[in-house]
Write a new protein. Structure first.
Lengths: 111, 113
């Protein structure tokens, strides 16, 4: 079974630039999550999708972050404009219910 | 306020000993508690799940306890090996069926040969 795919694996940008991350969940997994993990901390939930609908985006900084899940499969997370404090690993996870399957993450460095 | 706390300091133990990691939470009433392992540069990997009405769960060398009165879970690795060195995260599912998972801060475990 293929795992959760994410790209790119690494991204370095200047502050105020924009960036987008892509996630392809495990086939058939209805629930998709984006987490932000700052160095030395646990993952923080940004947004949760059920199929292509948003279940929870209460922790998403909506003035600069946006996310979509087209056709209930792939998802993209965008940051525009980026700030220094957005430097983190962005983890995508999917689930059938029960527990999470994580992708390898995208490490974002904002200079 | 709501918190999930794990030992922030790294835990170093000798190979062959039992490692015990703690997860404490406040102002949550989780339906499930899960433990994940995270290696550097990788996403977390699910290890074990325990339900609110279960006291203990075992899987091979792993054991998890869940005390909803103390609001605490303990995660034990028996006969620890250097390959067990990683960061261990606990996660709460806030209510059954929401599939919303909140993670603790993680504890870094190092098993010394």
């Amino acid at each position: 079974e293929a795992g959760v795919a994410q790209s790119p694996r690494y991204k370095i940008i200047e502050k105020r630039q924009s960036v987008a991350f892509w996630c392809n969940p495990i086939s058939g997994h209805a629930t998709l999550y984006w987490y932000q993990q700052i160095l030395g901390q646990g993952p923080k939930l940004l947004i949760q999708f059920q199929n292509n609908g948003v279940v929870d985006d209460s922790q998403l900084p909506k003035d600069r972050f946006s996310a979509e899940r087209l056709k209930g499969v792939d998802s993209t997370l965008k940051i525009q404009p980026a700030k220094l404090e957005d430097s983190a690993v962005y983890l995508c996870a999917s689930s059938l219910g029960g527990h999470l399957f994580f992708g390898p993450g995208t490490r974002l460095t904002v200079l | 306020s709501q918190k999930i706390e794990q030992n922030s300091e790294a835990l170093n133990i000798q190979e062959g000993k039992t490692a015990t990691l703690t997860c404490n939470y406040t102002n949550y009433s989780p339906a499930y508690l899960q433990w994940y392992r995270q290696d550097p540069g990788r996403g977390p990997v699910f290890l074990l799940l325990i339900r609110e009405n279960e006291k203990e769960k075992r899987k091979e060398r792993l054991k998890v306890t869940f005390d909803t009165t103390l609001k605490q879970s303990l995660f034990h690795i028996t006969a620890s090996q250097p390959a067990d060195s990683a960061t261990y995260l606990c996660a709460l599912e806030l209510a059954s069926g929401t599939y919303k998972y909140i993670f603790g801060t993680g504890t870094r475990l190092k098993v010394l040969a």
